[in-house]
Design a binder for this molecule. Structure first.
Ligand code: NAD
Ligand code: GLY
Length: 368
């Protein structure tokens, strides 16, 4: 087997800078965590699916460093990314007498990572935390950059904070146990980086998609590293999304409407983003920003990755109206005006409003 070498990408944010380490066999090595600040307690947060696979291995690696290693096992699923679940963190931390040096470890996908980050940002007004992402989506996107949040019934990721981890550990071996549907969902966020920032990477993904789907270690290592490099470049310039960082939300305006409209957990986040990218590319085309062959190229790649390319019906009577109402709640909206991440020529993105009538046409054309 082609075992990739240990790689590292740095997020450069002055005193909030940190490394993302990428490689094989990292999770259970005490050395991986050697440079973290000392503390007497650590709390590992994971979920009921990931715990039987990796919890004891992480616990074993941390036991020499921390006097007490606590754990919280959350119910699995996007529908549990809520206030109610967040309280389980605080019950465990306060119940065990944890202090403000306690280090939180997020072991799992983006749901565990986003919630652990938010708990770390708010417990005692901020404690250190480490991301140990175990899904492709979390390794290429959600564990990096410090966006943390929970959902509200009216909108996704609406309550949260920008709060950077101390370290991100991408152990590629964990991707071997990922269900195929989750691998495809992660590929949506990998593909995202091509059209918005790096056409050469888009070419590479097209050429290596079969290897990625077959979980070739070298292909996965490159996909994770290049995705993290692009994200690091964007976040390093615009940590709090004053402007540029919004391009990382390509496909998410339509995608979040799909997730909220169907009910969280019905479509996976990556599936909604994949389909949302097709809709956003179609809107870009109808605004004259990109040509039809590019939209078709992106759509074919998303379909090859095993992702849906036609949006679901969210309402029987006025489907487009329902999409628009949900998209007005998007965090990029200003004074009720939806702002879309559009492809402004291949490899480049722009954030702009679009006429409702045109958005309706796109929704009608793109929904099943
Ligand atoms: P997820 O966390 O729900 O994980 C997907 C599924 O895979 C879950 O059932 C999980 O238990 C399981 N799983 C995790 N690791 C596994 C492994 N190694 N083997 C077997 N099963 C495993 O979903 P996700 O796709 O990782 O993340 C989606 C979430 O991330 C969404 O809530 C989304 O809003 C958020 N997100 C956040 C950011 C950010 O910047 N913070 C970016 C993108 C997405
Ligand atoms: N996933 C989008 C961002 O981190 O900004």
């Amino acid at each position: 087997m082609n075992i990739p070498e240990l790689q590292s990408v740095r997020i450069d944010l002055a005193d909030r800078s940190y490394p993302i380490v990428i490689g094989s066999g990292l999770l259970d090595q005490p050395q991986t965590y050697a440079d973290l600040p000392n503390a007497s307690q650590a709390l590992i947060v994971t979920n009921s699916t990931v715990a039987p696979l990796y919890l004891q291995r992480l616990r074993g690696a941390l036991q020499g460093k921390y006097r007490q290693v606590l754990e919280v096992v959350l119910p699995d699923g996007e529908q549990h990314k809520t206030w109610q679940t967040l309280n389980l963190f605080f019950d465990a931390l306060l119940g065990a007498g944890c202090d403000r040096k306690t280090v939180l470890f997020a072991l799992g996908g983006g749901v565990v990572g986003d919630m652990t980050g938010f708990a770390a940002a708010s417990f005692m007004r901020g404690v250190p935390f480490v991301q140990v992402p175990t899904t492709l989506l979390a390794q290429v996107d959600s564990s990096v950059g410090g966006k943390t949040a929970i959902n509200h019934p009216l909108g996704k990721n609406m309550i949260g904070a920008f709060y950077q981890p101390q370290l991100v550990v991408c152990d590629l071996d964990t991707l071997r146990t990922l269900p195929p549907r989750e691998l495809s969902a992660g590929l949506a966020e990998v593909i995202k980086y091509g059209p918005i920032a790096d056409l050469a990477f888009l070419d590479w993904i097209e050429a290596n998609l079969d290897a990625l789907l077959a979980r070739d270690p070298a292909a996965l290592a490159h996909a994770v590293k290049r995705s993290c490099e692009i994200k690091a470049w964007v976040v390093g310039q615009d940590e709090r999304e004053a402007g540029l960082r919004a391009i990382l939300n390509f496909g998410h305006t339509f995608g979040h409407a799909i997730e909220a409209g169907l009910g969280y957990g019905e479509w996976l986040h990556g599936e909604a983003v994949g389909c949302g990218m097709v809709m956003a590319a179609e809107l870009s085309c109808r605004l004259g920003l990109v040509d039809k062959p590019f939209v078709q190229r992106l759509k074919s790649l998303i379909a090859r990755a095993g992702l849906p390319v036609r949006g679901p019906q969210l309402a029987a009577d006025d489907n487009a109206g329902r999409y628009l109402a949900l998209m007005r709640l998007d965090k990029k909206s200003e004074a009720g005006e939806i702002r879309f991440v559009l492809i402004d020529g291949p490899g480049q993105a722009a954030v702009r409003p679009a006429p409702d009538a045109l958005v309706r046409e796109v929704i009608d054309a793109c929904c099943a």
